[in-house]
Design a protein around this ligand. Structure first.
Ligand code: CO8
Length: 372
């Protein structure tokens, strides 16, 4: 039995923030902090904060813009976080709203209606509450039957979600699956941290996964090979969780937001990802030259260029390894799916590609796909 990805969807949040806007707010905060702490800084008791720069951000990461669900508060030096209002329990939650918008596009692309979907997996880096699952809320709002669950594997959530979908189809517990990645990253960004204030953006993606025999879409991609992998590392970490409130002294400390050792991540993750891709190509009896496209996780342009070069043995040309992070920034698990969504329309029967994620955990996931 063959499993295919038969539709994709992308929801782009309503607000954008350019590097210049973000840097202006950060530098205003730095000036304010250094001014207020002038005496302690002069006495050598604390270090002066250093300013950020748009040039550094673009050169080090490739990011020029990001989208957010709520912009209010992020650029205000007093708050420096999105001020997101609570919604009543009988209103659709923000994360479900984003998920539904992306899911509807994916279902339309796959020629599916709610009655076809019998499993929904919400796979992303954070869910905005523990229960009821966001996926079950989406199931109700879309009017689907069957079952639904949430799963978190940071940046590899979407690829792991597709693999879970594939396994459910092969195991006979589902007939058509929606894998949705509504990534609300902005509340977890420390907008006062020079090293990471620019990295992430909000977005939602969705894909439909089904058996080849039921697929009718124009663009269907058979999964030729799939492999998830994990290996423990503290180099990308957030200590945010439901236990935080039990220690009021530390519950708002900066370790409750995204923290990373970017250089170490760079060095340790690259060989891991290359080895995984190499193995998956071997499993599918393919050479790198057989690949039309590399849909890579979008964390850093230098990382993507390095991986593409290592896999292809040369620089990628044209949109062989599409980059979307300039516009969207790092969107957690959604990045490789955005690249796939935006750059598969010209693909035809026989064209092959990989979808590859990598990130916190560490985690990595690689799917080898072929247009049928
Ligand atoms: N402006 C100006 N200068 C800066 C800034 C800034 N904003 N930040 C740092 N610098 C300076 C540093 O101080 C340093 O100066 P010096 O050389 O004098 O010490 C210099 O610039 C170089 O700093 P770095 O070595 O840190 O810079 P890098 O070239 O390594 O770039 C990156 C930093 C962009 C962070 C890079 O290391 C990177 O992208 N690494 C890969 C990280 C990665 O892929 N992480 C994956 C995270 S995503 C994930 O797993 C998902 C988690 C779940 C989602 C979370 C949602 C919130």
């Amino acid at each position: 039995m063959s499993i295919v990805i038969s539709g994709t969807g992308l929801y782009t949040p309503p607000h954008s923030i350019t590097n210049d806007e973000l840097v202006a707010a950060f530098n205003a905060y730095v000036a304010q902090f250094n001014n207020e702490n002038e005496a302690a800084i002069s006495a050598g008791e604390i270090e002066a904060l250093k300013p950020s720069s748009s040039e550094f951000i673009e050169k080090a990461s490739g990011i020029t813009n990001r989208y957010v669900m709520v912009k209010e508060g992020i650029l205000d030096t007093e708050t420096m976080m999105p001020l997101i209002k609570d919604r009543a329990n009988d209103e659709v939650s923000m994360q479900a709203e984003m998920a539904i918008a992306a899911a509807k596009q994916a279902m339309a692309a796959a020629n599916k209606t709610a009655k076809d979907i019998d499993l929904i997996i919400v796979a992303c880096s954070y869910t905005q509450r523990s229960y009821p699952a966001i996926a079950i809320e989406v199931q109700k709002q879309l009017g689907c039957e069957g079952w639904a669950f949430d799963m978190l594997v940071a940046c590899s959530s979407a690829t792991f979600g597709i693999m879970n979908a594939s396994n459910a189809l092969l195991g006979g517990t589902a007939k058509t699956v929606l894998v949705i990645s509504p990534e609300i990253t902005s509340p977890q960004i420390n907008y006062r941290d020079r090293d990471s204030h620019f990295i992430f953006g909000d977005v939602a993606t969705a894909v439909v996964v089904e058996k080849q025999e039921t697929a009718t879409a124009k663009h269907c991609f058979k999964i030729l090979s799939q492999q998830p992998m994990t290996t423990y590392s503290n180099n990308i970490r957030s200590n945010f969780g439901h236990i935080n409130r039990c220690n009021p002294e530390t519950m708002f400390d900066s370790d409750k937001m995204f923290v990373q050792q970017g250089r170490k991540v760079f060095k340790e993750v690259l060989p891991m990802v290359y080895a995984l891709i190499d193995q998956q190509l071997k499993n599918a009896n393919l050479e790198a030259s057989d690949l039309k496209r590399l849909f890579l996780h979008q964390a850093n342009i230098n990382m993507n260029t390095f991986i593409a070069r290592k896999v292809l043995g040369r620089d990628p040309v044209g949109d062989e390894a599409p980059i979307i992070l300039n516009q969207f920034a790092n969107t957690g698990s959604a990045g490789s799916i955005i690249a796939f969504h935006c750059h598969h329309d010209d693909m035809v029967a026989g064209d092959k590609a990989i979808i590859c994620s990598f990130g916190a955990g560490y985690s990595a996931g690689c799917l080898v796909i072929e247009h049928i």
